[in-house]
Design a protein around this ligand. Structure first.
Ligand code: DGJ
Length: 724
């Protein structure tokens, strides 16, 4: 049994042999968090609750001064009466009052998981769900807390449904997805932060009294803060220690916060950011929050990552892409930018074919009058000056050569200089009396409008139904501003940010369902909206606009905490690199790019013959090892250091590939052995270079020597095949 209710103890216990999550009902009314961690077979409340008459505590049962909801570990906050810590929800009624008294009412246990209306749902294979209902009887409000446990993963998925059963409208000023209290605060906080071209840097800091918070109010999850936080043992590292990970399945504004409170407990809360949100919960309606994945590891970050990788590969991305190999691509962007002719593209395609490349992606610049980034978004008709035979012509050219064709769109945007803007000036996000603010000289379409959604679904379907487009790169290059909609009354304007995201999900869901064989790549100036919400529809993301190999090793390293390499687009680009001007060896650029979803993004026709010969070899190498890289396990085996040196390992049952990246050359290079750590101890492996046989245990524990390296940005690989 994966979930049971112990009537006598008034305890809910979710367990799967790996983890237990335990919730208690106190005084028949209140939900108390009792435990989340390694599986407990039988639970008899040895960790009894601390009941002390605390100063300044409020007591829901007036004479029971040792019982206070402000000091107990809870499963959700209370509002305006009892609990002063960060809150998970906030209602306001029509009289303007913000007090509610929610109490436990009933529960429901069932197989599978909630199917989220309008939101990106995780799949529910071998999943079991507990939904606990809390009710405020005075105002006829209900809160359903959902907990899903999977049979095979140390994961709990949480969300909330807020319901108004009354006859009056209420306003949800905050609709959090998850709150939990841990009875300790000796954790470090782990977050992934950054910026455009510098995404996913791992930050680790000590928890301290008060609130530590990350979030986004930019309309998207953002490159600044990834919608993730980890609570980790002070001594935890890659391979050791307790680690809790919280990951939000949402692509809009979010908040992720922790509070260390007065008596040393830690509250974690995650949800849509309340600063840019409010929802009119009319009588008889409900509001469903996005989901949060709670991941537990007692073997450090590595195990946390292994769980995320396996879980997302099987329960997050679209089913049809879970086991499907990804093609090697040539993307036109950094090689051409906006300047190309059909003839140029034909030359590039012919050469790409010769080199063994399988997919050609025509990036920005193919439509309207788009010769730079100031115009034409919205005018999704081909520029026949550049492409006289149209999109079909290029697609046919590729298909005749047995190659795939991919096309770039930025559907959510509109240029002021466009036909679309002339026809529909009110389709962009805007508020009365103000000129909407531009970013990259473009405005954002108001995706909360049904007619805009319909227009985009129809426009994309028109292209995709030709059957000639195998791949779509879906880009989004600015954040939301002037968030308002003429279609909503004044008391619903604060709904627009969330409605935008719901509109986006509707379009994505519709288009990806209609065209399941088209591979979609998620992009927002690189990793600007790399989040699990988008990955429900699109199996991969363009990781970063920064294609410099050194920077990429750090960015991909950061994202690998949460996502497997197959979900991260990575391309070999020019040297000096266009973003940072760095010169790096061609071979290193290859090894870093092939450690993700592999492709090229440079003017191949301008490359000297020796580099073309290298590309041919690289492509062959990748094809040979593709299934290992895309579907094997990925382990970080050397923590990235101050010189940016790092190493990782791909492994399956038959083989293993190690990539070492040295970063900066250094004086007095220390002696260093890279230990593979995760090979099969009992097996023997043959080295592809010297053909020597090594045991798994020696590679794991003794390791291989890092040779003396007198060169910046040098990378090398080792490949071993299991021989017995
Ligand atoms: C930003 C993307 O991340 C790039 O790869 C490229 O597609 C440009 N937009 C095109 O405008």
């Amino acid at each position: 049994m994966f979930i049971y209710f112990d009537e006598e103890q008034q305890i809910f216990h979710l367990q799967n042999g790996k983890i237990s999550y335990i919730i208690g009902i106190e005084k028949e009314k209140y939900l108390i968090h009792r435990y989340f961690g390694p599986c407990i077979k039988q639970y008899h409340q040895c960790n009894e609750l601390q009941r002390i008459d605390r100063g300044f505590a409020t007591n829901p049962i007036s004479h029971e001064r040792t019982f206070s909801l402000n000091t107990l570990p809870l499963e959700t906050s209370t509002q305006g009466n009892l609990d002063y810590r960060i809150s998970n929800y906030q209602f306001r009624n029509e009289e303007g009052h913000r007090v509610t008294h929610f109490q436990y009412d009933h529960f429901h246990i069932y197989e599978g998981k909630p199917t989220l209306k309008e939101l990106p749902p995780l799949q529910g294979e071998k999943a079991h769900t507990l939904s606990i209902s809390l009710v405020d009887k005075k105002q006829s409000l209900e809160m359903l807390l959902h907990y899903t446990i999977y049979e095979q993963f140390p994961i709990i998925v949480r969300s909330v449904t807020y319901k108004n059963h009354g006859t009056q409208n209420v306003y949800l000023e905050n609709a959090g997805s998850m709150l939990v209290d841990f009875p300790r605060c000796d954790f470090d906080l782990l977050t992934l932060n950054g910026s455009h071209t510098n995404e996913a840097t791992i930050h680790r800091q000590k928890l301290h009294p008060g609130v530590q918070m990350i979030g986004s109010t930019r309309g998207v999850s953002s490159p600044q803060h990834h919608p993730f936080l980890g609570l980790v043992d002070k001594y935890a590292n890659e391979h050791y220690g307790t680690v809790y990970g919280f990951h939000f399945i949402y692509s809009g504004n979010f908040i992720a916060q922790v509070e260390v409170e007065q008596y040393g407990s830690t509250r974690v809360q995650m949800g849509i950011h309340p600063d840019t949100f409010e929802w009119k919960l009319s009588a008889g309606t409900s509001f469903q929050t996005p989901e949060v994945v709670l991941n537990f590891s007692d073997q450090g970050f590595q195990q946390l990552s292994q769980t995320f990788h396996a879980f997302y590969q099987s329960q997050l991305i679209p089913k049809q892409w879970q086991k499907k190999e990804r093609p090697i691509l040539l993307n036109s962007w950094e090689g051409n930018y906006f300047q190309f002719t059909e003839e140029d593209l034909h030359k590039q395609i012919d050469l790409a074919k010769e080199l063994g490349i399988e997919l050609f992606v025509l990036d920005d610049g193919w439509f309207g009058k788009r010769n730079d980034d100031t115009t034409s978004l919205g005018d999704w008709f081909v520029n026949t000056d550049k492409l006289p035979q149209g999109i079909e012509g290029i697609a046919d050219y590729l298909h005749q050569r047995d190659m795939l064709f991919g096309l770039w769109f930025e559907p959510e945007m509109i240029s002021i200089e466009s036909e679309l803007f002339k026809q529909h000036p009110n389709w962009c996000l805007q508020v009365p009396h103000y000129e909407p603010t531009q970013g990259r000289q473009q405005l954002v379409l108001n995706l909360s409008l049904l007619e805009v959604q319909e227009y985009l679904i129809e426009m994309l379907s028109r292209y995709l139904s030709s059957g000639k487009i195998d791949y779509v790169k879906w880009d989004m290059n600015r954040h939301l501003s002037d968030v308002g909609s003429f279609a909503l009354p004044h008391d619903q304007q604060k709904e627009v940010s969330h409605r935008y995201v719901l509109g986006l999900y509707r379009i994505l869901s519709e288009v990806t369902t209609r065209f399941p064989n088209v591979l979609f790549e998620n992009c927002s100036s690189g990793g600007g909206r790399f989040d699990p919400g988008m990955m429900v529809y699109m199996a991969q993301t363009w990781t970063s606009d920064n294609t410099d190999a050194l920077c990429r090793s750090k960015i991909q390293y950061g994202y690998s905490f949460l996502y497997p390499p197959i979900m991260m687009g990575a391309h070999v680009s020019e040297s000096p690199n266009h973003q940072v001007g760095r010169k790096t060896p061609f071979h290193s650029r290859f090894l870093i790019a092939m450690s993700g979803n592999f492709g090229y993004e440079l003017a191949i026709e301008k490359l000297p013959s020796d580099l073309l010969a290298q590309i041919k070899e690289q492509v062959l190498f990748y094809k040979k090892h593709r299934s290992l890289i895309q579907f094997g396990k990925f382990y970080r085996i050397k923590e990235i250091d101050d010189f940016y040196a790092t190493a990782w390992l791909f492994k399956n049952d038959e083989e293993a590939l190690l990539v070492y990246s040295h970063g900066l050359a250094r004086p007095a290079q220390a002696v260093q052995y890279i230990k593979t750590m995760y090979l099969d101890n009992e097996a023997l492996y043959e080295d592809s270079e010297d053909k020597k046989i090594y045991s798994g245990s020696e590679l794991n524990y003794a390791g291989i020597l890092v040779p003396r390296i007198k060169e910046d940005f040098k990378c090398f690989y080792k490949y071993w095949k299991k021989v017995s």
